[in-house]
Every structure is written in structure tokens, then in C-alpha cells.
Design a protein around this ligand. Sequence first.
Ligand code: AMP
Length: 611
Amino acid sequence: MSKVVGIDLGTTNSLVAYMEDGQPQVIPGLSGTSAVPSIVSFDPDGSPDQVVVGEAAKKHLISGSDRTIYSVKRLMGKGIEEVQADLKYLPFQLSGKAQEIIRVHVGEKHYTPPEISAIILSELKQRAEAHLKAPVEQAVITVPAYFNDSQRQATKDAGKIAGLEVLRIVNEPTAASLAYGLQKKKEGRIVVYDLGGGTFDVSILKIRKGIFEVLATNGDTHLGGDDIDQCLMLFLLREIQQQHGRNLMDHPEALQELRLLSEKVKRQLSSEDSAAISLTLAEQKIDYHREITREEFEGLIHNLVERTLTPCRQALEDANLKPEEIDEVILVGGSTRIPLIKNKVSDLFKQTPHSELNPDDVVALGAAIQADILAGSITDMLLLDVTPLSLGMETMGGVVNRFIPRNTTIPTSAKEAFTTFEDGQQSVSIHVVQGERELVKDCRSLAQFNLCGIDPLPAGMPRIEVIFLIDANGILNVSAKDLRSGKAQSIEVKPTYGLSDEETEKMISSSIEHAREDMEERMLIESRNEADTVLRHAAKGLRHGTTLLDPAERKLIEQSMSDLKKAIEGSDHSLIREKLSSLDGATQKLAELLMDQSVQVALKDKKLSDS
Ligand code: AMP
């Protein structure tokens, strides 16, 4: 039977975990350590046949720096213009046009970031299969809470390329909370401080009746242990230049060696008061030795640590909470082993943070728990994901047509058919909006696209099917299709992206505040729309049926039309409805006569074609 696993696809290291007898376990690696370095090394010609991953690839960081790819998570779902700051630190070659997917060049070949991540995922899949002695086909993969749509999508793509069905993309802080079993708490507010190799995330979660709600998230996608290594490395580079007059910046192999050395020293300083640094580069005639104390190191990284505290304060402010109101703090990511970080986090949140579990394993363990829930093994634990705000599209007169009401459990979908308003209309605009208000102008605009190529037909004839679909990752896909011509168009958006909980709350409360006036306005617009359509039909009917009516009947219709036109100019929707129904009555006979006439024409045509 195939197994389901949880995967923490990290910037520096990746891990895979599974559930055994109701307990999450990280799958051990070959050399006893469970973390697989997120590093992929190719043959000099870039052939994918000879690729090595993890520890084996790490060995090539120095000798094969141009074909050994690390920190690929930083490139996921990004364009080349977004990674400019990283380029000078990455010894491998990248290319890509603006707005296009990045290509990583290795020898003759080039790879996209999802393809490289897929190689890491395949390795994790294989290790899990070897350990579990069963095929692994489904997985939950975690991403930083900060990841935007394209980064989430790129992660999903990587899973697919690796032959995994990605059951869900889960935010890392949610997984960490699950690992600590915090869903069992009745009530509480949790801060998850996650400083990994390449990303920093802080999230404030609220638990109520075992259900997590994200109150605020903040962070920095470009801050992590790699930056701490770099900080120490740059300090050493400067010192080497001062002592030896050599700038190693232009020596990729020497740089890599210095980077690995810096990381080793950093780790050592987490448990010891000082560390010895020793670097011998025969080629560059460099023999450099020194001792560094934890205090000196803390002085160097002080600013970087401070940079993590600003998003923490901002998250507290966004959640409208004081540090004293936080019940639990969880430390995640290898970098939280640094004593200075533990102390600063304790000071800020005024409590000792949780670090009982291995901070490197926490996210993978939580992902395994989530995978188990999704696979249906755990039934007593509820993980509800709901749409926080309603989703709909703009219709005539700026009115919102609601497809998916707020608090609907996802995944979900909704379908409706629309038509055109004008004769011969060949395109319609689909404007996707979010919010609780009745009018588009008071909602949040999410996306807009045009469906073109509709067959030119009289107004009201085409059938345009619009489907809203939200997948389990919260990604909304809106598609529109002209059922006659088959022309279709779609768009993908992440409705919650860039929306704070405070803004969500505001959108909900303003809908309650304005409910009455919104409804009035909606009814006015809808009655005006209907009146427009009826007036156009009546005018057309009069043109075609002039000879069928006596003058009194004609006059009554004209009078009713003029009354309705006058009513539209005002803002009394019940008056418009009243005048609509009068016009309806006045045109009853005309409608019947026109119907008879068209039946007779049709019969005559049939006779002619039969004879
Ligand atoms: P991740 O695997 O993404 O959680 O993060 C790994 C990061 O944690 C890397 O930057 C490591 O250098 C860092 N790290 C691991 N162990 C330690 C330690 N003992 N002290 C300081 N940093 C560490």
C-alpha cells in the first residue's frame, strides 16, 4: 500500500516525515542525519543522468561550484529581476527575461527552479520508499507563509515533476503548531518564529476549539542562516584582505570554502564560547588563523537579529496584541539554536520559547500530521480552511454576483451561466471581486480578463459559463467559456494574498454596517437594468408591430414607456418595479400579436420549402 508523507522543502535542508503508530517520525538519511541538504550537483556537461543530491552534492560545492545548485528555494516562482541581490553570491549561472521563469545553466543544459526542486523531492521520495519499503505517491509540502501564488505554484509543479501528488501546500507555521500538538489547546495565541537557512517568517496564530486562525504574518523572504554565514564570511574576507592583501571575491572556490567554514564556526558558537578559525589556501598563498568569541560573533550579527524583530513587532501590531497576550512561542529552523536569537525572542515576547523539539524537524513532523489528516487516518482532528471573504464577479451596473459565500470550506466550486447585453456583442469582461458588499466599487478587485470570440448573436442568446474553483491551497481559478463557440479563458489568483486579517475583518464589518443602503442600491441598479432591457424590447416590438395595433393601444404603450423612463431617472426602485409591471401589461397584446405573426411566417416558410 502506498504511503503519504510530509515534506519540508527547505532552503538549506529538506526533510521527509511520516506517521507511525500515530506519531510523526522524520525519515533518517543515509549517514544518520535526517536532513538532506537542498543541494543538487550535475556532471560537468549538465547531464541529468549523473545528478547527485544532498550530502553527495555538498562535496562538489567547492570543486564544482558552477554546476552545484543550492538555495534554489530562493529562485522558486521568481523572475530574474527579483533575484538580482542574490546573483553575486550564487556561483552558478542564471538567465531569464523579465517576467519569465529563471533558467539555471549547468554545462550545456539549463533547468528551471521547479525542475531542480523536483530532483530534491525525488531524492526524498526514494529515501522514504527505501525506509518504508512501500511506494510513496502522495505528499504534503510546506512553504513559508510569505510565499505568493507563483511560488506556491512552482512548489506544486516541483512535486508533480517528482511524481508526487501534492495533497496540499501547507504554511510552515501551521505545520509547526501541529507538531507541538497545540491544536489540543482550547484557546490560545501562538507566535511561530521561524528562522531557517534562507527565509524568516513570523506568524501569530489563534486557536479556538482546536481550529487555527492566522491573525498576522510577517517576515522577510531574504533573511536566514545563509545571511548569517555571509555576514561572518564578509568579515573574514575583509580581515584576510587586510592581512594578506588578497581579495578572494573573485575566486569562487575560495569563496565557497570560506562560506562552509563560516557556517561551521557559526554552529560551533551556538554551543561554545569561542571557536578557532583556520584557512589555508595554498594556491592563493593564504594561511589565516584566528580565534573568534561568541561575543564578537554576536556583535557582527546583531543587526541581522534586529531585522527579525521588526517584523515580529509589526505582526503584533497587525494582530492588535501586546507581547503579554501571547500564550506560546515556538522556535523553528536551525538558526534559532543561536543563543542571541533565543534571548532576543524571549525578551520580546516575555517568555521562554518552545524548543523541546528539534527546530529542524518541527515543520516536517507537522507536515506528516497534516498529510495523515488529509489521507483520512486522523478523524478526530479538524483542520478547517475556509474562504475568509465572499468571491464573486461584476455584473451589469456594477453589482456583485456572489459565487462563493464567505466561510465556505475549501476546496469548493460554483458555476453560473451568463449572457450578453447587446446585439452582436463578441466579448465580455470578467471582473473577479472579493468582499461582502453589494456593489463592485465597495469590494476588493482581484482580477479581470476578457473573453473574446463570442459568436455575434442577438442580446441574451449566447450562453457564457463562468466557473469559480478554489483548490485546497486556497488558489482561485476563474474560467469563462462561450458554450456555442467553445472559446474559453481563465485566470488564477490567491484571494487571501496581501490581505491582512484586520482588512478582512474591516470588509466584513463594513458590509454589516452598510447592509441596508447596499441592498437598496443593489435593488435600484437591478430594477434599472431590467427596465433598460424591457424598454429596448418594447421599442423593438413597436417598430415591428406598428400595423398590428390600434392607435389607443399604441398610445398606452408609449405612455407606459415614458413613465418607466422617468422612473429610471429617480432612485425609487419600487416605483421602477411598478412602472415595469404597467409596461408589461400594456405590451401583453403586442407580444401575443408578434408571436402569432412569427408563427405564421414560420409556417409559410415551411410550406414553401415543402412544395
Ligand atoms: P533549515 O534547515 O532551513 O531549518 O535551516 C538551516 C539553517 O540553520 C542553516 O543556515 C544552518 O546553518 C543553521 N543552523 C543549523 N544548526 C545551527 C546551529 N547549531 N547554530 C546556528 N545555526 C545553525
